[in-house]
Design a binder for this molecule. Structure first.
Ligand SMILES: Cc1cc2nc3c(=O)[nH]c(=O)nc-3n(C[C@H](O)[C@H](O)[C@H](O)COP(=O)(O)OP(=O)(O)OC[C@H]3O[C@@H](n4cnc5c(N)ncnc54)[C@H](O)[C@@H]3O)c2cc1C
Length: 453
């Protein structure tokens, strides 16, 4: 006989665990089973801890400006131990003509930066007079049309830092739906932003992690959750108003099923429902963790990003020991360089030795590193970042219609409604609210997310 539960969640990554948390928080007696294919929870979130160095296979942090994430941290007590690196005090750099230049972190700072010529700055303001174009555009086309071509290296850096993606393929309507809505509503992004002016004195958000790395979030959320490991779900179907969820060896039944999976994994399970795309492209990256003595003159800040036109090997690097204390033994510093992405998957084919030496060569042309690394490790994660490219909005429309049609089916996870941790936690909370039939259970209007890259 199939085993019955009230709710089955497929996937014990951040999305599945967050959905389980929000559901159990409101209804402690609710019967939830999480089916996870792997032997560990966390999916893309995984921390590396060796010889006193703490690095990340996946995400390095998230901004503390999302209400759902803030609720998750306070409800689990993690807010009391969270480590924060505020954007107010930590600058970021972009590689520009072979040098690290500080990035402007606000629209007014853009007008003062040496990264744009006076003409480029004037063209930026020309955005006020550009009519919104209704058709779906890629991020590069859209940014060049609205703000002028000089902005493109900065847009490239932002897209590299978030999607490891290619701005000539990602859809602006998918990547920044809030900005697109603002543009259409106000007639220009700048006009819309001026109307929405930040409250005076409002602080910029802070990048957040934990003393044991991002995995501490997963360990906390998974403790006490009812997770069945080594349980890859192969099929889901609906019979007599009940969902049947099958692994290779067992079938489970539930009134509600949450697929908390990366988009492509969900599309495999929903293939019979004719999605407009059978899969979306993804991008993989490797983290190259390098420890140095404190003779390394790492600039104070989060790290740097490199636009493609700079033709560098690494997409950028995080100055990890600047951001979060305790990530290296005393007297040592840790940097984590990121390699690969949508444009350079071939670089991930290189051996660890080759990757280490190419990254070190690249970094020392930008940062004074008088000695070779005293610690090095290549971290190749299993997860890849979904690319919300042209055509993706149609997939999102299909998803919404499917959830309407199929009572009890809920979709969240990597690549649905965004790709960042805040997006995942927020969407999981919306799904939980919908199941509990609470007011928050509807998709909210897309927000204008400030770009802090
Ligand atoms: C390299 C990298 C760097 C990143 N950096 C950042 C960052 O700095 N900041 C940020 O905000 N975000 C970052 N992200 C994104 C962030 O990691 C994701 O938003 C988040 O982890 C996605 O969580 P998820 O649970 O939706 O998906 P996943 O983490 O993919 O979890 C899905 C889970 O489902 C399981 N699963 C898959 N198929 C099945 C099946 N058929 N049956 C059962 N189980 C299944 C998987 O094993 C996995 O455990 C990064 C991602 C990557 C890959």
């Amino acid at each position: 006989m199939p085993e019955k539960h009230e709710i089955i969640i497929v996937g014990a990554g951040l999305s599945g665990l967050s959905a389980a948390h929000f559901l159990s928080k409101s209804m402690p007696e609710i019967d939830i089973l999480i089916l996870e294919q792997d032997s560990r929870p966390g999916g893309a979130v995984r921390s590396f801890n060796e010889q006193g160095y703490l690095a990340e296979w996946g995400p390095h942090g998230f901004l503390d400006n999302n209400p759902a994430s803030r609720a998750l941290l306070s409800e689990t007590g993690l807010d009391r131990i969270a480590q924060k690196a505020p954007l107010n005090s930590f600058v970021r750099f972009v590689c520009h003509q072979g040098q690290l230049v500080q990035l402007p972190q606000s629209p007014p700072a853009l007008l003062a930066t040496s990264l744009l010529s006076p003409l480029g700055k004037l063209r930026l303001l020309g955005e006020f007079f550009k009519k919104p174009l209704a058709k779906e555009q890629n991020v590069g086309q859209w940014a060049a049309y609205r703000f002028g071509p000089e902005i493109l290296p900065l847009v490239d850096a932002a897209i590299t830092g978030t999607f490891a993606g290619d701005y000539n393929r990602l859809s602006i309507d998918a990547v920044m739906p809030g900005v697109r809505a603002l543009e259409k509503e106000a007639g220009s992004v700048l006009k819309g932003l001026l109307r929405k002016k930040r409250k005076p004195g409002a602080l910029l958000p802070a990048m957040t992690s934990f003393p044991l790395g991002m995995e501490q979030l997963i360990t906390t959320l998974s403790t006490g959750a009812n997770i069945l490991y080594h349980s890859p779900v192969r099929e889901i179907s609906r019979k007599n108003q009940v969902w049947e969820i099958s692994t290779e060896t067992r079938t489970y039944r539930a009134a509600s099923v949450i697929l908390a999976l990366p988009v492509n994994r969900s599309l495999e399970l929903l293939a019979t429902h004719a999605p407009p795309l059978s899969a979306i492209p993804t991008a993989r990256i490797a983290t190259v963790a390098l420890g140095f003595t404190d003779k390394a003159q790492v600039p104070f800040g989060f790290g740097y990003l490199s636009p493609e036109r700079e033709e560098r090997f690494a997409m950028g690097a995080l100055f990890s020991t600047n951001m979060f204390p305790g990530r290296a033994p005393a007297g040592r510093v840790l940097m984590e360089a990121l390699v690969g992405g949508r444009r350079h998957p071939e670089r991930l084919e290189l051996s660890d030795e080759e990757l280490l030496s190419r990254v070190y060569d690249d970094l020392r042309k930008l940062i004074p590193l008088p000695e070779p690394p005293c610690f090095s490790r290549v971290l190749r994660g299993n997860s890849s970042i979904p690319q919300l490219e042209i055509g993706y909005p149609a997939l999102l429309t299909w998803k919404d219609a499917l959830e309407q049609d199929l009572n009890g089916l809920h979709l969240c996870g990597f690549g649905w409604e965004g790709i960042g941790m805040n997006d995942m936690i927020q969407t999981s909370r919306i799904v939980a609210d919908r199941i509990l039939r609470r007011a928050g259970g509807k998709r909210q209007n897309p927000e204008v997310k400030p770009v802090y890259f």
